[in-house]
Each structure stands twice: as C-alpha cells, then as structure tokens.
Design a protein around this ligand. Structure first.
Ligand code: C2E
Ligand code: MG
Ligand code: MG
Length: 364
C-alpha cells in the first residue's frame, strides 16, 4: 500500500485469481473507509472511489497499469462515489473520444464551427410565433454534425462550458438585436444555461456585461434552467435566479417533470415559465399516465401564475390535447425544427403574412 500524493492511494495485489481478489479487497477498503469518524463531537463520514487495472489484460508495465487504474477510478467517481470500477477497452475508447472531442471543441469555440439555431415558440391561443429557443449546433469539418447532448457534456466535464456558455449568450443577444433592428416582432428568445454555468461566480456580471455591450432588451431574454440542475444546489440556484431576475431576464424551468422538485420550492423561486418535458408530450396520446402528467403540469403551472410551454410537439393531435389543457405555447417538429437565424426570419415573415391574410379586419 502506498500514498501516491494528495488523496490518492495505491494498493498492489498479487494473486492467481486477480479479478476476484481485487474486487473483494476493493470492497473491504471502501466499507472500512465509509465508517463514521468522530471529530470534535461530530460524526464525519467520507467516501472513496476505486479503479482497478489487471495485469496483463490492462497493461504489461507499471506505468500503463497505473494510468488505466486512474481512468477506471475517474469512471467510478462519475458513476457516483463510494464504488469501484474495472478498467475496460470500452472505457479506454470513451476516454479517447472525450479527449479528442475536448481538443476539437476548444478549436471550435475559437474558430467558426459553432452556430446557434432557433426553434420557433408558437402561441397555442392564436398560432402566432411568439419567439424562439436558441440551440447550439456544431458542424465539424471531418466528424460532421455533433449533437449538443454530446458536446455540452464534454464542455461541462472540462470546464469549457464557461467559454461556450458565454459564446452562446453573446451570439443569441446579437441575433436578437439584429432581428429587432429589422423590425421582427420577437417577444422572447430563450437560451439554455447548464448546471455548471450556474456555479460560475461571476455569471450575472458576465451576463450584464454582454447585455450592455450588445444593447438588447433583457426582458425579451429567457434563461432556461433544467429542473435537475436546479436541484443540484438549491441555494446557488436561488441566488443565481435572483441575480438574473434583477437584470430583467425571464427564467424558465426546462425539462420539467423529470426531476423531483417540491411544489413549495417551485413557488419560492422567482420564475416565469415551465417547460413540460418532451417525454410526456411524446407519449401523451398512447400513455394515459403521460397524458395525466402533462395535464397536471399545465394546471399546476397556470395555477401558480406561470406560463407553460410544451416541447417536442410532433403532430396535430398532441397539439389539440395541449390546447384543450390550456397550455400557452408549444415548440416541436410539427411546426418547425431549429433552423438558422436567416431561415427563422424568413419563416416568421411568411407566417406573419399568412396570418394577416386570414385574420378578418375589424372595422373595415
Ligand atoms: P432542450 O433545451 O430541452 O431542447 C429541446 C431539444 O429537443 C432540442 O434538441 C430540439 O432540437 C429537440 N426537439 C425540438 N422539437 C422536437 C420534436 O418535435 N421532437 C423531438 N424528438 N425533439 C425535438 P437539441 O438541439 O439536440 O438539444 C438537446 C439538448 O442540448 C437541449 O435540450 C439542451 O439541454 C442542450 N443544449 C442545446 N443547446 C444548448 C446551449 O446552447 N447551452 C446549453 N447549456 N445546453 C444546450
Ligand atoms: Mg431548452
Ligand atoms: Mg427541454
């Protein structure tokens, strides 16, 4: 047994049945470390994570074995503390892909590979386009289009989310300003903030600086925070929401219904809108449970004075259901996927013309 430095320790085991004995010993160590320790009258519990690399499967020399045990340990940490994981080829491939993506993403932020696309948010009351949600897109010259779920995760894990988030916010504000200057009647442009971004010490200052630099109206900007990231650190979330509200921004809770926020907690937060998670909308015609949840979320949101937005609306029957429930706005492929800023402007102009033609003119 030796200490590698900091809070890292190494155990070398020689045994003919390496996999099983390593597993048994890792378990014993984790259980032993998890015993409460009395410190100045308080009981303190700590947890450890362990990674295991086997000779010769996972490396034929000490350096490789150590490196791979380290990779396995980080994987164990990611899966939740207090557990152990074996090294595997799959893990190695994932790591490799992660570090390639990290490198590529750094370049993408600096060069012009990232774009923002805009998905229309449509009123269920009168069918007008109320605004849009900005969604990040990455078109890599060799790898093709990389889905946001994938690169946002890498950005969060590597801290690149701070730069990426700032880029997204500035880009969205600039687009809004551009649309405003061309007379496009956008009421709201919503922008996604990730859980990690909320932990950024100077988030509100940065946001404020970008708002005044670009000169756009903060009341037209809505920050989307996912329900699960809100629950991650309730105090921080509260503080951040208060600071952003003070700047005049709107706040909505994204993917609502997937976390477990308490209703009283919801009422305490100064928020403006709820976005019903698309998994409920997707199955509401086939699953009575999802239909009931959707109806309940809409009722709840409206009951406490929030705007309710349904995501992932793909057909007219879902739309009719949502309308009947009293939902305010919707987004989804049924109306339009996320499109470029230029296409969005064209779509909105066409839509404005079409609705102007069909709306009867009163008083003429
Ligand atoms: P989200 O914010 O919940 O965005 C909705 C996702 O649903 C988008 O996926 C959108 O393209 C997709 N979608 C829209 N309509 C439909 C539909 O009718 N059917 C289906 N099946 N899907 C639909 P996308 O663009 O791949 O983004 C995925 C997630 O990545 C977003 O979920 C958001 O959490 C995150 N994301 C995207 N852009 C950003 C960003 O700029 N910053 C941060 N922090 N996260 C972002
Ligand atoms: Mg969103
Ligand atoms: Mg969502």
């Amino acid at each position: 047994v030796s200490r590698m430095g900091g809070d890292e320790f190494m155990v070398v085991i020689e045994h003919p049945n390496a996999r099983q004995s390593a597993q048994a010993i890792a378990n014993k160590i984790l259980v032993a470390l998890n015993q409460p320790i009395p410190v100045e009258g308080h009981m303190i519990t700590i947890a450890a994570s362990a990674g295991i690399a086997l000779f010769p499967d996972h490396g034929s020399d000490a350096n490789v074995l150590l490196k791979n045990a380290d990779v396995a340990m980080y994987h164990a940490k990611e899966l939740g503390k207090g557990r152990f994981e074996f090294y595997s080829d799959e893990l190695a491939r994932e790591r490799e892909e992660q570090s390639l993506l990290e490198f590529a993403l750094r370049q993408a932020i600096a060069s012009d590979q990232l774009a923002l696309f805009y998905q229309p948010r449509v009123s269920l009351r009168d069918g007008t386009i109320e605004g849009a949600e900005a969604l990040a897109r990455w078109f890599h010259p060799d790898l093709g289009e990389i889905p946001p779920k994938k690169f946002i995760r890498v950005a969060e894990e590597t801290g690149l989310i701070f730069d990426l988030g700032t880029w997204v916010f500035r880009r969205a504000c600039t687009q809004l300003k551009h649309w405003e200057s061309r007379g496009l009647p956008i009421r709201t442009l919503s922008i996604n903030f990730s859980a990690r971004q909320l932990l950024m010490r100077d988030l509100a200052d940065r946001v404020s600086a970008i708002l005044s630099e670009v000169g756009c109206d903060p009341r037209k900007i809505e920050v989307e925070i996912t329900e699960t990231s809100m629950l991650f650190d309730v105090q921080t979330t509260k503080r951040v929401i208060t600071a952003l509200k003070r700047l005049g921004l709107r706040i909505s809770i994204d993917d609502f219904g997937t976390g477990f926020s308490s209703l009283s907690h919801l009422q305490q937060l100064d928020i403006d809108a709820l976005k019903v998670d698309q998994t409920f909308v997707r199955d509401l015609l086939v699953d009575a449970g999802d239909a009931a949840i959707t109806r309940a979320v809409i009722g709840l949101g409206r009951g406490i004075g929030l705007q309710v937005i349904a995501e992932g609306v793909e057909n007219a029957r879902q739309l009719a259901f949502l309308k009947e429930c009293g939902c305010d706005l919707y987004q989804g492929y049924h109306f339009s996927p996320a499109i470029s800023g230029t296409s969005f402007e064209e779509l909105m102009r066409l839509h404005l013309q079409a609705t102007a033609k069909t709306t009867p003119r009163v008083g003429r």
